[in-house]
Design a protein around this ligand. Structure first.
Ligand code: TRP
Length: 438
């Protein structure tokens, strides 16, 4: 998920500009994400309901969350309850699998476009770790150093490979269970069954389909046109014979082709996975459709319509920031929903919904009652912007510090252990519901 203004806008994302005003529609694809603007050209908030409707995903509702609790016996993560993960495809079918005690795999990834990760990058991984803990299933994490090389013309292969290693260490520090987690970078791992899947997939998918999904044109380099096959077949269990097994002749096995896959990702990655869902039945053996669970973008410090960007240090809290830097960034740059002056704030109150400090608190504080209370006080004007920011700073410092302590433990040997192709061990649902005998 990166902003790359130098890229031409894709067909999928062509912004509709009303020439009479400065109003534009939001535009979202895997390489460019921009919010719409109003008549004056000011950024609006992302309209997530609209993107879900446009792409035909399902919104996560209370019924689905209730089912989750019934099947797993666990409370939904606060990011599910608070709508940060807001949309899905077939997540209910993953719950069915789990209920029956069937294995499924988790798959997520990161495009290593820089050496430093910010909290916007760690959130999907934190969430994935939580899913892994709840379901006790194997997880593969793909680092698309090849993608970043192909899509960022200023980067060398050596750069993206270096970023991939550094990012892998950052990802490990989230706390994934090494027995259940395989992390790989494309320029090292892809070959064998993975590549066989990519070829089969690539032969079944036309340029027209890829162009429709991503908006490529005749001057697009051919690497970019092929790359989606790799990110897509990474969702296939048959790409990982050391985890899911192969057949006696050493080929991709029918048995492992039946294992379902759940992909947690930000909504901008959905075009890839529509492509995979539309074409999996053409594989030999055919593969079940991957399920998805989508997140919103983590708001950048500048507020609504912006996201955290690695290229603008003041837009993001980096996982390498010191306690002082965090304090300074929040105090100086975090967009406030409060009023211009203390007097006005006391009189009119603030708006927590657009307040960045409040939003970050809602990502990192589990305490629903406390958050409600803070929002109420803020709206009434009893709680000022400074005081709210202070609470947010403390929470973020605690989160980043905990992470940094774990990051220190991630040596080269630890990295090698996660990145070695090997068997994984998991138990899944220990109390599955037996299918009723007919
Ligand atoms: N293309 C993604 C990025 O640029 C990386 C990625 C690969 C990914 N596979 C994924 C992200 C699966 C989410 C889920 O960040």
């Amino acid at each position: 998920m990166t902003n790359e203004p130098s890229e031409p806008p894709s067909v999928a994302a062509l912004a509709v500009t009303d020439t009479a005003t400065k109003a534009t529609e939001q535009a979202i694809d895997p390489w460019n994400v921009s919010a719409g603007t109003d008549e004056q050209g000011n950024a609006k908030e992302f309209d997530y309901a609209a993107i879900s409707k446009q792409w035909n995903t399902k919104l996560i509702d209370d019924e689905l969350l209730a089912r989750f609790t019934k099947v797993t016996g666990k409370e939904p993560h606060r990011w599910l309850k608070r709508g940060l993960f807001f949309s899905h495809r077939d997540f209910n079918e993953i719950l069915d699998c789990y209920e029956r005690g069937e294995t499924f795999m988790l798959y997520t990834g990161r495009g290593p476009s820089s050496g430093s990760m910010h909290i916007g990058h760690t959130i999907p991984f934190e969430f994935t770790k939580w899913l892994q803990d709840v379901f006790d299933v194997p997880l593969v994490i793909m680092l698309t150093d090849d993608e970043k090389f192909l899509f960022k013309n200023d980067l060398k292969i050596e750069d993206v490979r270096q970023f991939a290693r550094e990012n892998a260490k950052d990802i490990i520090a989230v706390g994934f269970d090494p027995k259940k987690t395989f992390i790989y970078m494309d320029t090292e791992y892809i070959g064998g069954h993975f590549y066989q899947n990519a070829l089969e997939f690539a032969r079944a998918v036309t340029f027209n389909q890829v162009r429709g999904a991503f908006g490529f044109d005749l001057s697009t380099n051919i690497g970019r046109i092929f790359f989606p096959a790799l990110q897509c077949v990474a969702a296939y269990p048959t790409s990982y014979p050391h985890i899911f097994g192969d057949d006696p002749a050493g080929n991709r096995s029918k048995k492992s082709s039946k294992i379902r896959c759940l992909i947690p990702c930000a909504i901008d990655q959905d075009p890839y996975f529509r492509l995979v869902r539309d074409n999996s039945h053409k594989m030999k053996p055919p593969i079940k459709k991957a399920a998805l669970i989508h997140s919103k973008f983590l708001t950048g410090l500048y507020g609504p319509g912006g996201k955290m960007s690695s290229s603008d240090p003041n837009s993001a809290i980096f996982m390498s920031d010191t306690a002082k830097q965090i304090e300074k960034k929040i105090n100086k740059h975090a967009f406030s929903g409060g009023q211009e002056t203390i007097e006005l704030h006391k009189e009119l109150g603030g708006n927590p919904d657009v307040d960045v400090a409040y939003q970050y608190l809602s990502y990192f504080d589990d305490d629903d009652a406390k958050l409600d209370e803070l929002a109420q006080q803020y709206r009434k004007g009893d709680l000022g912007t400074g005081a709210l920011k202070k609470i947010c700073v403390a929470k973020l410092q605690e989160y980043v510090k905990g992470y940094q302590d774990r990051r220190k433990e991630v040596t080269d040997d630890v990295l090698e252990a996660y990145m070695t192709p090997r068997e994984l061990k998991w138990e899944g649902n220990k109390n599955p519901v037996k299918p009723e005998k007919k």
